[in-house]
Design a binder for this molecule. Sequence first.
Ligand code: ZN
Length: 527
Amino acid sequence: MGSFIFYNTNILNEYWTNSEATAFRVDYEKELKQFEYVPQPKLVDVNLRLELYPSTRDYTVEGYYILKNTNREDITSVHIQKLLEGNITIDSLSFEGGATQNNHYKKFDYTIFNLNSVLKPGDSVKMYFKQSFITKGFESGNSNVNINKNGTFFNNSDLPTIGYNRKYELNDADERKEQNLPIRYNKADRQNTNELVKARSGSDSDGLNFEMIIGTSEEQTALVPGELLKQWTNDNRNYFHYKMKIPIIDFYSIVSAEYEIKKDHWIYQKDSISKPVDLEIYYHKAHDYNLDRMLSSMKASLNYYSENFSPYQYEHLRIMEFPRYAQYAQSFPGTIPFSESIGFILDIDDESDVDMAFYVTAHEIAHQWFGIQVEAANVKGRHFILETLSQYVAMMVLKEHYSEDKLLQFLELQKDIYKKGKDREAFTEPSLEFVENQDYIYYAKGAIQMYQFQKVVGEENVNRALRNFLEDWNSIDGKLKTKTNRYATSKDLLNYFRAVTPKHLQHTITELFETVSHLKVSNDKDN
Ligand SMILES: [Zn+2]
């Protein structure tokens, strides 16, 4: 058994030692960093067919991307990064019009395709590919945990991506020094023009048309974003055809499991022409304890966000349970994979507990606005926009549905989380407007500071600021988004906060968001 384990984890599946992994990261950066900002086309269309085989934990996916040159200069080559994962093979990859391969960087799974015909500004090209994921052993690879016999969940970062990927760089500050690498910041400065035009870290798209057919075993239901156009069985397998009616961000989930389904619907009352939104919760049999809490949160959240910010953009909203190997929920367009451990199987006592199944649902639905309707530039303060605002609006839904006291109880929990995080912090704590990857700041402290801000200027005024921010910066037709051709930053957001704050209270914005101030958690605005 011992040698079998060794074989599986060390040779077949590239389970590197620490020093091997470090050497790879150092070389990756040294050799490929030169390509980080080389102009590349953007994804505008994704059309795929995926066959998932849960019993053997394998899949194949094939189809095409349409890539468009959105730059001002010609593009002569496309750089493709395969995910570093021993179980994944790109079986074929080709470009309409042809291309020759430069395999000089093959050891990084990085290939440069020199196009036979130049891609002029505004022109598009189809890229066809086929990729397989074959589980070779029981502990193989690094994303293998995502492909399960019952409970598969992975996202499009497993598929071929475009260009240099910062995630493969060496992150640890001391190790970088040892390797003579320059100081690395998790997020760029707010003035960095290269990163201001990127929505997600290393985003390959500014919005894409999405369509996918997915097949799975006969007991399972498979879900990706989009309206379900058609469903059928063939050869004892279930097939689902999904398509999005409006362009989505470059972030989609692939989910399959044996599911029970709870269905309901929601209509926006204030608008007689609105279509009903199908609400669906996909859950594992016997995990039905909190379905009503989650469903009432779906309705309360859709009500609050539509009423105060902008209409919900899809005709469906789905929550899908996945196993507890990961303890988080994540919002993709119209679809929210949700770990069983943070919602479905929580034991909640309404007397003594905060209803976290309700709260986490509200937070994830908030991302359909903050993260999907409006995207934030990939610079410092990005998570202030995405995470802190989602925390804040979910808190307002919690307050409306439960009480101010429940909200204060929630804030006490955030205070503890913040203190623990601050104790662990090895560097100087940044202000919220410059937060990088410190979750104790953008989740916990952010929630507390936004609550204080709301106490000072009033819930209505905060909502007005957020509504105007969304209107100007949303990715579909935001006036400033279109005019500036970049994504929003925390500096932009704070301008909207300033606009709704009386002159004599402007200093609170500086105190709460622009400095590392002392924390208050109190119901009393003078405290
Ligand atoms: Zn979040």
